[in-house]
Design a protein around this ligand. Structure first.
Ligand code: ZN
Ligand code: ZN
Ligand code: FE
Length: 760
């Protein structure tokens, strides 16, 4: 006989860990107890040595599917005589919180079966859940994860629900959001309060009306995706001219009619986080062309709450659905955060929505849908949010508790604690007051939940970012991390590799150490510092920020650089889509060098080329010109060839892109097919990256390359660069757990913050 005390930490609360321990102990004939603490799960087990060993082995190697065991500490104890059975004790919340919060999880197969089982007590109950599924982060106010600390505190369980909750052998043992039609949350329509919520919503949607629907982390605005009229109205209402809408499809069969799914896509669609997956549109896609204009991809997700399943399937036999696809777009005004309350939704979209399907379970922490795409080597995040945040990310080492504020657009923030970084879900563009407030709210939520006392704050070097200003006002030591260094550090952090590596940081623009705009950078970087080894030729941005929204300005500046005033005599599609007088004014501006800034930006080079090819003159969402250029390139047939370019200067060297741009202009004038030019442009960029890396390898003997920055969301460029670099003998790393875009900057700052501080 032996007795052991075991402490388990990781994601071990709200994921069925204690019932698992209970069953396991009984299976092996052990006595003892288990309980939740602020640091994880504690337990004691007593029995024969063989049983104890088998118990520990299962704990380590076969824990419940949603749990993540980070560590397991065991201490021998004295035998306790007369102990009978195994018990689950009340939580003890004392001490510093180190337990990890589970993200929100898609309905599990067992609950889904019960949802449509006419004989089950919870048949058609829109909030059915268990320890393997349901809301978590979105309903938590404080830790430990007990019902009183969630928005379920408002509901008291009826006797049958309480019995499930109390039975360690039940799948709903201590399932905090447990409830039923009698005792749990209920649906309600905000406008037509007399109607039966679900059937009424389904009928409104069928008629082509727009309805707001409360989900896990906020509201969606929904309408049929196969009709153009409601999608058009939705675009007008959301003031969203062309940005693609995400869709929810009832099942994989329906997804296959819309998209050409790879095995990888299917795995991602079925992921328990149910992210939006960017997939290839089917050539005969039966949906409204307004869903994702000018793009060859479409964002799909599967239903992830019982309510979603009911919307598609209520009253229908298996395999059938009311809708082939619904637009499910986050309910937020442009630049504002996701709406999570009925009243706010009514104020923002009340007139535009036929009705609002809400419920009385409050959303405590809002969380947007995650977005994932895959290239030929595997998946990567466009947005890491619902289903993933706030799971911890590893840091290369422990360091001071740091609040990391990220950049500005598509922002996220992070807090560090020991060797963990907790990266928030998607926050958005913090230039607007509302989103800025949401960022502050998120910072205090993470601080409260993880009981972190910040001793420093990390931010971008950009002096005019709202996040940099806020960092300066907090009264803490401020660590400024250069934008592109943070991008590369995010890759190093993920790999727990200290560096140095060759860093390829390609994005829109970030603030450089020389106070100019950077964004096509070749760095030599480790987790503490970097040097700038090379950059893409600087481009003129006439009108500064306006040039970002109006890429034709950059295209014109390129033409001016190459041909001077003669540029206007060129026969280019750019000039047929732009009105003459505007162009001449711009040309004057360029001649005199007025209101023009320079940036070494890869993103702006994409914009310029997209516009030179006549694809995108003015953008209505971030990244549009580049996405349309990539879409055009996807329809070209390999082999692709490289345009000319050369490397000039010492350190830093310039990757001179002008020979390429001139050749592209000639090709366009000669009437060469646009997709072929677009593809060759991608090919050339990959060759430029490889040439730059070879140059650095010559002097620095480094053969690891890390690529990051928003431009690396481009799958064609990723594939071509990976192929070229691998052939040249480099080890190639992209981001795997944080987005390559600015949603990964806060994590990169966290990596630099802990590494720099620890060694200085
Ligand atoms: Zn379940
Ligand atoms: Zn009940
Ligand atoms: Fe960036």
């Amino acid at each position: 006989m032996k007795r052991l005390f075991v402490h388990v930490d990781g994601v071990v609360q709200g994921v069925g860990f204690r019932p698992f321990v209970y069953r396991l102990a009984r299976e092996h004939g052990l006595t003892g107890w288990v309980k939740n603490t602020a640091q994880g799960v504690d337990l004691e087990v007593q029995g024969r040595e063989a049983g104890l060993n088998a118990f520990i082995d299962s704990l380590r190697h076969k824990p419940p599917p949603l749990s993540q065991v980070k560590s397991l500490r065991r201490v021998d104890q004295d035998i306790r005589t007369g102990e009978k059975g195994f018990t689950v004790l009340e939580s003890s919340p004392q001490g510093r919180t180190t337990v990890l919060i589970s993200p929100d999880i898609t309905i599990c197969p067992d609950c889904l079966r019960e949802l449509f089982d006419a004989g089950h007590r919870k048949h058609l109950y829109p909030f059915i859940n268990c320890t393997n599924c349901g809301p978590r982060y979105s309903i938590i106010r404080a830790l430990p994860y007990d019902r009183v600390h969630t928005s379920m505190a408002a509901f008291s369980m009826c006797p049958p629900c309480q019995a499930e909750y109390d039975d360690p052998g039940d799948r709903r043992f201590h399932a905090q959001p447990n409830g039923c039609a009698r005792c749990g949350p209920r649906l309600g329509l905000v406008k037509n309060t007399q109607a039966d919520p679900l059937p009424h919503t389904i009928s409104l949607l069928k008629q082509g009306r727009i309805v707001a629907i409360k989900g896990i982390g906020g509201f969606h605005i929904a309408c049929r995706a196969d009709l153009t009229e409601p999608v058009k109205r939705l675009r007008a209402n959301k003031r969203r001219r062309q940005k693609p809408f995400a869709l929810m499809v009832p099942d994989l069969d329906h997804a296959r009619r819309i998209a050409r799914l790879t095995q990888q896509d299917i795995t991602l669609l079925r992921h328990r986080a149910a992210p939006i997956v960017l997939v290839k549109k089917h050539p005969d896609c039966p949906l409204s062309p307004l869903i994702a204009p000018n793009l060859d991809t479409i964002g799909l997700m599967l239903p992830y709450t019982p309510l979603h399943h009911l919307l598609f399937r209520l009253g229908l036999p298996p395999g059938q659905a009311h809708f082939s696809a619904l637009v499910m777009t986050s309910a937020n005004r442009r630049g504002r955060p996701l709406i999570k309350e009925e009243q706010a939704l009514l104020e923002a979209f009340g007139d535009e929505c036929a009705d609002i399907l809400g419920h009385d379970r409050a959303i405590v922490n809002r969380i947007d849908d995650s977005v994932i795409a895959a290239d030929s080597a595997g998946p990567f995040f466009i947005r890491r949010s619902r289903g993933f945040a706030p799971l911890p990310l590893a840091l290369p080492q422990a360091g001071k508790a740091t609040l990391c504020l990220g950049a500005e657009k598509t922002n996220t923030i992070a807090v560090t604690q020991g060797r963990h970084a907790f990266l928030s879900g998607y926050i958005g563009d913090v230039k607007t007051l509302e989103t800025f407030d949401y960022m502050r709210e998120t910072a205090s939520t993470l601080q409260r939940l993880y009981a972190v006392d910040f001793t420093q704050v990390a931010c971008d070097m950009h002096p005019r970012y709202e996040t940099s200003r806020w960092a300066g006002s907090l009264g803490l030591p401020v660590l400024k991390v250069q934008h592109h260094h943070a991008h590369i550090a995010s890759v190093l952090g993920e790999r727990e590799y200290p560096g140095p590596v060759i860093g390829i940081a390609f994005d829109g623009t970030g603030y450089g150490t020389d106070a100019t705009g950077w964004g096509g950078e070749i760095l030599c970087a480790d987790t503490r510092a970097f040097t700038r080894e090379g950059f893409l030729s600087p481009l003129a941005l006439p009108g500064g920020d306006r040039a970002v929204k109006e890429p034709y300005r950059i295209a014109l500046a390129c033409l001016h650089h190459l041909y001077g005033k003669q540029a206007l005599a060129k026969d280019l599609p750019l000039f047929t889509t732009c009105e003459g007088p505007g162009l001449r004014v711009l040309m004057d501006m360029l001649e005199k060098g007025l209101h023009t800034v320079q940036a070494t930006s890869a993103g702006r080079l994409f914009d310029a080329v997209s516009s030179l090819l006549g694809l995108c003159r003015v953008i209505s969402y971030q990244g549009q010109a580049a996405m349309e250029l990539e879409a055009a390139a996807h329809s070209a047939r390999p082999p692709f060839r490289s345009y000319p370019f050369h490397l000039t200067g010492g350190t830093p060297f310039e990757i001179n892109t002008w020979p390429m741009v001139a050749a592209i202009v000639e090709d366009v004038e000669a009437g060469r097919a646009i997709p072929a030019i677009a593809a060759d442009f991608h090919r050339t960029l990959a060759r430029m990256v490889t040439a730059a890396c070879l140059r650095v390898r010559d002097t620095r003997a480094m053969d690891r390359v890390a690529l990051s920055g928003g431009v690396l969301q481009n799958r064609l460029l990723r594939d071509l660069a990976r192929q070229d670099l691998t052939e040249a003998g480099f080890t190639v790393w992209f981001n795997q757990v944080v987005p390559p875009g600015d949603g990964g900057i806060a994590y990169g700052q966290a990596v630099v913050a802990v590494c720099r501080e620890a060694r200085d």
